[in-house]
Ligand binder design. Sequence first.
Ligand SMILES: [Zn+2]
Ligand SMILES: [Zn+2]
Ligand SMILES: [Zn+2]
Length: 1070
Amino acid sequence: MADEEAGGTERMEISAELPQTPQRLASWWDQQVDFYTAFLHHLAQLVPEIYFAEMDPDLEKQEESVQMSIFTPLEWYLFGEDPDICLEKLKHSGAFQLCGRVFKSGETTYSCRDCAIDPTCVLCMDCFQDSVHKNHRYKMHTSTGGGFCDCGDTEAWKTGPFCVNHEPGRAGTIKENSRCPLNEEVIVQARKIFPSVIKYVVEMTIWEEEKELPPELQIREKNERYYCVLFNDEHHSYDHVIYSLQRALDCELAEAQLHTTAIDKEGRRAVKAGAYAACQEAKEDIKSHSENVSQHPLHVEVLHSEIMAHQKFALRLGSWMNKIMSYSSDFRQIFCQACLREEPDSENPCLISRLMLWDAKLYKGARKILHELIFSSFFMEMEYKKLFAMEFVKYYKQLQKEYISDDHDRSISITALSVQMFTVPTLARHLIEEQNVISVITETLLEVLPEYLDRNNKFNFQGYSQDKLGRVYAVICDLKYILISKPTIWTERLRMQFLEGFRSFLKILTCMQGMEEIRRQVGQHIEVDPDWEAAIAIQMQLKNILLMFQEWCACDEELLLVAYKECHKAVMRCSTSFISSSKTVVQSCGHSLETKSYRVSEDLVSIHLPLSRTLAGLHVRLSRLGAVSRLHEFVSFEDFQVEVLVEYPLRCLVLVAQVVAEMWRRNGLSLISQVFYYQDVKCREEMYDKDIIMLQIGASLMDPNKFLLLVLQRYELAEAFNKTISTKDQDLIKQYNTLIEEMLQVLIYIVGERYVPGVGNVTKEEVTMREIIHLLCIEPMPHSAIAKNLPENENNETGLENVINKVATFKKPGVSGHGVYELKDESLKDFNMYFYHYSKTQHSKAEHMQKKRRKQENKDEALPPPPPPEFCPAFSKVINLLNCDIMMYILRTVFERAIDTDSNLWTEGMLQMAFHILALGLLEEKQQLQKAPEEEVTFDFYHKASRLGSSAMNIQMLLEKLKGIPQLEGQKDMITWILQMFDTVKRLREKSCLIVATTSGSESIKNDEITHDKEKAERKRKAEAARLHRQKIMAQMSALQKNFIETHKLMYDNTSEMPGKEDSIMEEER
Ligand SMILES: [Zn+2]
Ligand SMILES: [Zn+2]
Ligand SMILES: [Zn+2]
């Protein structure tokens, strides 16, 4: 091959007219008027010489000549004296603020879980070892390459931003600080040199001609030497490239392998040198050998040898610039200024933006060096990082689009730099305020996603390409980065821009609301399982983003209310088909509800409702701020339409019930998976949990009887609760029983689940504690198993460590391995058998475990619900579900059927749930009676349950009967508990005072006996204050409800009583 090289052209001697030593060259440059022209002239003569042997270079010699004839003169010119001495001086004075070490792929990085602002803040190993964080809780990662060490960045760390080596003012570096060790002359020189350097680097890097150099560089006689250059792609396998090269170039395996390895590493390589025609022929050969039905041909170009040489040198010059900049902040700033300067009279963007925009067209090796150049200049100087970020955002859309159609890994795309900018809190705020970056990102998504839109303008990812969609996730990820730190100061402009971004984000959610609708398959099984992964994956990606948006909105009342209004509007716009559909009337117990005719089992239904769920999230936050009463100022009563808001989440829960009842088994596994993820820890916060909350919102604002009628109707169970039903069809009975169980469970959740700040009076810590308690009620678990079952926040934290020791004790590993956490005894009382995050298996395991435990302790086996925390005022009306007519009717029906020997429409599980609801009602009344005088407690569960039904028995009598049924032996203790509770409440009613003497044996009541006078007085005072507060809130809520009912007379029949008067309704059952 050496022969071939030599044959290309005659080598030219270095021009004699130029000075021979670096020093003399530097002073010659000094005499020139225009440094740029002189510099280019110099390069034009030398570069093609030095980089002559592209195919088989003597690297050492190359480096030596480039140092001698280019870099050393440049350095002399810069410093005006011996550069070695100067650089040595600078090295000792130049303590950097930032470490900025760029990670290689595979390098270990460290992040402090206690101090990092977010998990993207990392340290290199040296900095970590010399920092305070090595004694904190930390995580180790393996870098994918391209990131850099954040040591010294005060915005990246809550504490300890510097390691010992990068601490400012460290001994010996105080006096000659990095800020200004350079004399004026050097600065003047730098201002001359750097712009020329960067201009040349950029011009050559983005040079597109394959035969001609820019005119300024064409000073030599042109030779006829070309290269056939092969580029890397991510689609062709290693072997395929080797094969293609062997065939096309007719070369040995070893040579083809050598080329292929180099291409993979560097991104491009000359594989043949020669005349233009010969190279062109090789190019066509490689292309045809690498092409087949499923693959494009390899990317091959023919380039003139001098172009190759200059491009190679441009990158080398970039590395030199990196080195020089590491010595001084002034150098970095001068360089950045040159990069940002816009050429007068030119349409072109500034140099750095031109590089950015060219990124996707560049090969790997070039990208790496150019990104490093950005790291070592812009990213080391906060002010310039900001300016760079602004340029980046300016071209964001275009850059992302190019990345999406590019085939290189994200780690070597310029778009991967977003994390370095967007996660810096002050920068993020600035980019939102000044450039509306949230809207920019969401609009980018809206522009790249339309290919997945169906004719209803909803996303549909059937037949999607995983790679391409994976690239879209990167854009979604940027949204997360921007939102990761919530601003502490809100300017008017920030609010405005954030809201605009939120509106734009709602547009994306609108395309997701109701996407990928499905219809129940009857008769035949579906032929192909539809794709479901893409939609669920997007839900997962969005989970924390949705939560962060809600948190940002909740920064103040005004903002939240406006956001609520926007989101509400969006939900309504997506509900038009429902609003216009035909109506039907449901009746029971003297109540009736006019509603739309819709059946989950027949009509279209979708599991994707991000808009509804965002609204539920905003509602909870509104409740937390105590501002629900102001809602009507933003959304009129007339427009609010709570029954429309409830509709879609309710359908979703019904779908889950029907899937459990195997009504959808012909729809295949795809649906099963979706339902699984709907409730899984990875998605549930922004899917299942929010649907439950939306139903709680409905229950708090609708008449309880009408709410329950709606639930019965949607579960398609109105029939099943009709007394006259009689069927011998075992399948149908089984299906009904499952559906009833599912519905009762959801009713339990609506009334009982209050562990969400804003729904109930609880803290985030208490929520996490409760999750852990319920996991450990199943069995003792190792740390990792607990963590896996808790939702992670945007910082990948579960909050587990903060609370675990309050509820559990660690048991050291025995011989068998894992140490496990065991629940503390005092936490056992918080066990709720119907914890809404239990799967079916977890539920029965936990029930079994807890019963076994109680047995071992010689206790009864009753597992009543723990007293729930109080609802927040906005949700307080939910409890009215418990003592409304329809609920009593449902409970009674279940008990009567269990007693009726002819009836099959009941199960033991169903009974247990009915007991649970009874217990919740009694607990509620008891709590209320303990807090307020008897005559003020309007919650009359006891009273309602004591009424005689059509069977001439009240609920207590029914319970006594159930107790006598031998098959229900297992429920005996629970029934006894409930009957005692009836007694307790009765006595509380009769005594109408705070002191309760009881012998019922219930632990919680016993505690009440130990009340000292002082405590009692204090409690009374508190209770009175709470009562007044409640009264006020209730009045507000009543007004809301009343207004709602009045404006929706059509939805309610006119005979309906106003809330608070349910007592007068006949409890007649048919
Ligand atoms: Zn470092
Ligand atoms: Zn450091
Ligand atoms: Zn730390």
